[in-house]
Design a protein around this ligand. Structure first.
Ligand SMILES: [Cu+2]
Length: 456
């Protein structure tokens, strides 16, 4: 009896929860009302089955409760009943699946007149590419990706020259025009999703997936990476701004083409030289590093890495741990750089410095170090030359005392522990491959043999 009541209450509770809960679809902002319809049909079919089956169960529990004067009737076969149940179930399942097939058919059939936009995912942000005036996207290859050419466009393909590159987490599209979204990943699986448009698709390294939709409301909508496998995909936030036709043209006219981006230098050497005067006191006139001040060698450092570190120091993503006194000092110094342009210029200048080689004095076991370095070279390169694509900086040529100190910092969680320091947290995990001081000494000694100087 009690169980029958519990089951009935469960059914009533579920229905109330469904109708009064505030969680429901976000207001629709695209042509994909049909996707909502299929979900609604599924909810109706499963809802009706849920209510009927559970009420029947409650009835049976109540009606046929134990009675010592009654014996159960044994009836293993009932062809008529089984026929009915099979037919009803088949109709229910077909009712749920068939509409989805029709919607899927239109989801993969992109209208001829669609605009094209490419979405590129990487750990952990989005960027976008438009075909430019010729309406054609240029060829790309992962191997061509570099700081100057982050999309990996092939310079030999003329259709890529006018491609419009958007190196930001925000893309714009005009209202009421169907758009085909090509999805490409630089590294791992990602998942492009915009809830209001009801679109969602995996990005798979090595292939190009796609989806299409027609935005029907002006506004800003959030792009989410809904990939579960891997780490920190939730940080890949971006936005799609749906503009009126005029606003879209204004925005479009401010964007850079591939050819333009290749023509602009990464920074201003003169200004970088001026700014570097404020750094030389600690890092040395030639960026050679000064051990007594714990200031590392900067000369020849890739500007993408310098820029990222300076931005992290400024935003207090690096150098905030109470035990990281050197990092704290540098975090203060980074405030000397007024804006993004200043960071670009000083990083550009630092990259051009070529002082004498660092003196390597570590006395670890080189063959052990070589063995340990195998797992590092996957990201940092065979010669520890650094790898833009893997976000891993150059290590060769750096002072051994600084490398050991940083490895210890990662191991202790003094560096890389900030929730936004995703690259640092990767390295925090890797540092655990080095079990003790001896291992750190060995690998650092080996890195010391890899390069003669930090020249480019
Ligand atoms: Cu992702």
């Amino acid at each position: 009896m009690a169980i029958a009541i519990v089951i009935v209450l469960l059914v009533i509770g579920s229905l109330i929860f469904h109708y009064v809960s505030p969680w429901w679809f976000t207001p629709l902002a695209s042509n994909w009302g049909a996707i909502d319809d299929t979900i609604n049909i599924t909810l109706w079919v499963t809802g009706i089955v849920f209510v009927l089956v559970n009420l029947f169960l409650a009835y049976v529990v109540f009606r046929f409760q134990y009675n010592k004067n009654r014996r159960a009737h044994y009836e293993p076969e009932n062809t008529k009943l089984e026929g009915w149940l099979t037919a009803i179930t088949a109709i229910g399942v077909a009712g749920m699946l068939a509409p989805g097939l029709f919607v899927w058919a239109s989801f993969i059939n992109v209208p001829q007149e669609s605009d094209v936009i490419e979405v590129v995912g990487q750990q952990w942000h989005w960027s976008f590419r438009l075909p430019g005036n010729d309406g054609e996207l240029g060829r790309t290859a992962i191997a061509l990706i570099s700081e100057k050419n982050p999309f990996g466009l092939d310079t030999k393909d003329s259709s890529g020259q006018d491609d419009i590159l958007i190196l930001s987490n925000e893309m714009h599209i005009p209202i009421d025009r169907p758009v085909k979204v090509l999805l490409r990943s630089k590294d791992v699986l990602h998942n492009f999703a915009v809830p209001q448009f009801r679109v969602k698709m995996d990005l798979v390294p090595g292939t190009v997936t796609y989806l299409w939709f027609k935005p029907t409301k002006i506004g800003r909508f959030e792009i989410l990476c809904e990939e579960l496998c891997g780490v920190a995909h939730y940080t890949m936030r971006g936005s799609v701004v749906v503009d009126s036709a005029e606003d879209y043209q204004t925005w479009l006219s401010e964007q850079q083409t591939f050819a333009q981006s290749m023509a602009v230098p990464l920074g201003d050497m003169e200004k970088g030289w001026e700014l570097y005067a404020g750094c030389a006191g600690c890092h040395g006139a030639q960026g050679e590093g000064i051990k007594s001040l714990n200031a590392p060698r900067l000369a020849g450092m890739s500007s993408w890495y310098t820029k990222r570190q300076l931005a992290y120091f400024q935003k207090k993503i690096r150098g905030t741990d109470a035990n990281d006194t050197s990092g704290q000092l540098m975090s203060q110094m980074s405030q000397l750089l007024a804006d993004k342009a200043a960071i670009n210029d000083v990083a550009f200048y630092i990259n051009s410095l070529k002082p004498d080689e660092a003196a390597h004095s570590s006395t670890g076991d080189l063959s052990k170090g070589k063995q340990l370095f195998r797992s590092c070279s996957y990201c940092h390169g065979e010669k520890a030359e650094g790898n833009f694509f893997m976000n891993a900086p150059k290590l060769s040529g750096q002072h051994d005392w600084y490398l050991s100190q940083q490895l210890n910092n990662y191991k202790k969680g003094i560096r890389g522990n900030h929730p936004f320091d995703l690259y640092g947290s990767q390295m925090m995990l890797m540092s655990r491959l080095l079990h003790d001081e001896k291992a750190i000494l060995d690998v650092v000694s080996y890195i010391g043999t890899l390069d003669k100087g930090l020249s480019k």
